[in-house]
Design a protein around this ligand. Structure first.
Ligand code: SF4
Length: 643
């Protein structure tokens, strides 16, 4: 008897329009558990190395985790994977909301798409069936219009829709996928992969009830967690302020990323805080499937000459900073409007803000001229230019064509040393957390297989002293002592190796990072009990972290096939210099040698060869990945020749 999964994985060839359903055995689910681990299995077994990410040969995989559909707090997420058109590495992005649970209730654990349609289509999935529907009439429409038209056509208001807007259709390399207009598979340009397949949307409607091993226990734990949401300071803070709650601390400390990372000092930061947002433009809060925390913002502006539509939700912390202070903009109305436009067109807000800030610095330093910008004064703080450029990027018009390729490619094209103004790892723009104050996050930026990610591990301050929640609540993993957020020695590397494995499990199972320790109200024990009660499997954190480790090693080999080497596990140059001004002036440069030593130690702790960065044969055998040994040997020989 299978609990918490359907046993059905649907494979669709969009070139022929044919599909078939695979029924993997329980051992397959117990080995990969869903999400990125399941997706990587298919990417490694069915894709050829050096596949063009925008070609029909790229696989686009929508994979739920084993917890999707469990009526418990903060477990609604699902994963989309493909080779990324932005980085050329494993591409991956998780989204919350309802789409993942709905896919499972419609009869499938995962959807694996290859090929490409010759004309625009969308998929309609319900009651274990898949239908390809004509979507020429939707092509070019923004996301709000598309959602409304699909619901009308299907005459089904409860349908959940994952879709792309014009940026995905136009193959912008950092286009994302949006679910129900408010939950994003951001980063890595997976919306462009969807666009390259002429796949406008996937509408799902679930009508089946999923079976769980011990429903009463899930109910009991859910009740207990829900009762604590408004008592626990972390979950209460998320509910009341959302992720924008982070702005104030960074702004006051002088580490709010600003003016294309030239400073952390943003004197107008008060205008971007969650408190200001709550007092001025907040209209409502929203949540995800079965989650009592409801941390998401809905904002609105209704002025005669300026409107922000609440249909598109509201900005998270990352979007406020990337579309705000990074571009030198402190008008929250414009940040909210920019966020709305990114949602309408399906642009990743982090990369969008970062490419625009890069262009602003290029303009300021004379690397771009008024001729390049079609007369626009592209100065930091120009909020009208921000909105104008977002549209141009989505439609790849004027300067938007260059920026639609991402800052790494744009800098190469501009030349003359413009690379010094970009801040990226593996070709993807970094997120809005400064590793000089959180060296563990710096390790995540450098090492994450799908490019820099601020959500790959919990952040350093959760372990800063004896009273910190990570130290108090995670002794079950052997975390007993605090570690300073800014140190980068052996203790930090060891801690973050452990945390990387722990949070990778979240991505695989579909757990939201804001639901459980150290970030929020649910405990490690409660999460484990939910997993056991859903599946009936007598699992442990040991087994689960091995699954996380398995996926990391699979991704490591996938990237090695694509040509990534230890040189790609690095940080942008700016972090090896101290803060130039503000309260932190002259402080906190990361020491290059410490950083190199940390990376090397991390390789060794992971069981990777410190010179080639490849998993050793013993590590692959330990993780049950012996089917990858031949590939590893081939890569190892090649690396030896290259070194
Ligand atoms: S904590 Fe917020 S983002 Fe996470 S599942 Fe709950 S409502 Fe969604």
């Amino acid at each position: 008897m299978s609990y918490s999964y359907t046993g059905n994985i649907v494979h669709l060839d969009l070139s022929s329009g044919e599909y078939w359903i695979e029924h993997p055995p329980e051992s397959f689910y117990r080995t990969y558990w869903g999400g990125r681990a399941l997706a990587l299995y298919y990417m490694l077994t069915q894709m050829k190395p050096h596949t063009d990410p925008l070609s029909p040969e790229n696989l686009l995989i929508f994979a739920t985790g084993i917890l999707a559909g469990v009526p418990a707090p903060a477990v609604p997420r699902y994963t989309v994977c493909a080779k990324s058109p932005l980085t050329g590495a494993e591409g991956e992005a998780e989204a919350g909301g309802w789409w993942g649970p709905e896919l499972k209730r419609a009869g499938f654990d995962a959807l694996i798409i290859k090929g490409a349609s010759s004309t625009p289509v969308y998929l309609w999935i319900t009651e274990g069936r898949l239908e390809i529907k004509e979507a020429t009439y939707l092509w070019g429409k923004d996301t709000g219009t598309t959602q409304m038209m699909i619901k009308e056509e299907l005459a089904e208001d409860k349908v959940r829709i994952a879709q792309i807007g014009p940026a995905g259709e136009n193959l912008v390399r950092f286009a994302n996928i949006v679910n129900e207009l408010g939950h994003f598979n951001g980063r890595n340009g997976l919306g462009a992969v969807m666009g390259s397949k002429k796949l406008k949307a996937i509408a799902v409607r679930g009508t089946k009830n999923l079976d769980f091993y011990d429903k009463e226990k899930i109910k009991k734990i859910t009740k207990e967690i829900t009762q604590r949401v408004m008592v626990n300071p972390l979950s209460r803070g998320l509910h009341e302020l959302g992720t924008p709650g982070t702005v104030r601390g960074f702004y006051e400390a002088g580490c709010l990323p600003s003016f294309n990372w030239t400073t952390g000092y943003f004197p107008e930061g008060e205008n971007l805080t969650a408190e200001t947002l709550n007092q001025t433009i907040l209209k409502d809060t929203k949540g995800c499937y079965a989650c009592p925390i409801r941390c998401k913002r809905v904002v609105a502006v209704d002025e005669p000459e300026f409107k922000v539509d609440p249909l598109y939700g509201g900005p998270e912390y990352e979007s406020i900073v990337s579309l705000g202070s990074i571009c030198g903009i402190s008008d929250l109305r414009y940040v909210a409007k920019a966020n709305e436009l990114c949602n309408r067109y399906t642009l990743d807000t982090i990369s969008t803000g970062m490419v625009i800030a890069f262009a602003m610095q290029c303009y300021q330093e004379g690397f771009l001229t008024p001729e390049d910008t079609e007369g626009t004064e592209l100065t930091f703080g120009n909020k009208e230019a921000l909105l104008e450029l977002i549209k141009k990027i989505a439609y790849r018009e004027g300067l938007g064509e260059l920026l639609s390729q991402g800052s790494y490619r744009a800098a190469q094209k501009i030349g003359k040393g413009a690379e010094k103004f970009i801040h990226q790892v593996k070709g993807q723009e970094i997120a809005m957390h400064d590793p000089r104050l959180k060296t563990g996050v710096g390790l995540s930026y450098a090492l994450t297989d799908y490019g820099p990610d601020h959500m790959k591990a919990p952040h350093d301050p959760f372990f800063k002293d004896k009273e910190a929640v990570g130290v108090k609540e995670m002794s079950g993993l052997g975390i007993l002592d605090p570690v300073s957020p800014t140190e980068l020695g052996e203790k930090k590397v060891t801690l973050f190796k452990l945390l990387d494995l722990y949070w990778t499990v979240f991505n695989i199972l579909g757990v939201c990072d804001f639901g459980y320790v150290p970030r929020s109200v649910g405990t490690m024990d409660e999460l484990l009990e939910i997993i056991r009660s859903a599946t009936g499997w007598k699992t442990s954190w040991f087994e689960l972290m091995k699954v996380g480790e398995r996926s990391i090693n699979m991704a490591r080999l996938f990237n090695a096939w694509e040509g990534f080497t230890p040189q790609d596990d690095t940080l942008p140059q700016v972090f090896f210099h101290p803060f130039p001004d503000g309260p932190l002036a002259g402080e906190l440069a990361i020491n290059r040698e410490d950083f190199q030593r940390a990376i090397r130690l991390r390789y060794e702790l992971m069981g990777w060869d410190p010179n080639t960065g490849l998993p050793t044969p013993a590590k692959l055998i330990e993780l049950g990945l012996d089917w990858l040994l031949e590939k590893e040997e081939e890569l190892r020989e090649k690396r030896k020749r290259d070194i």
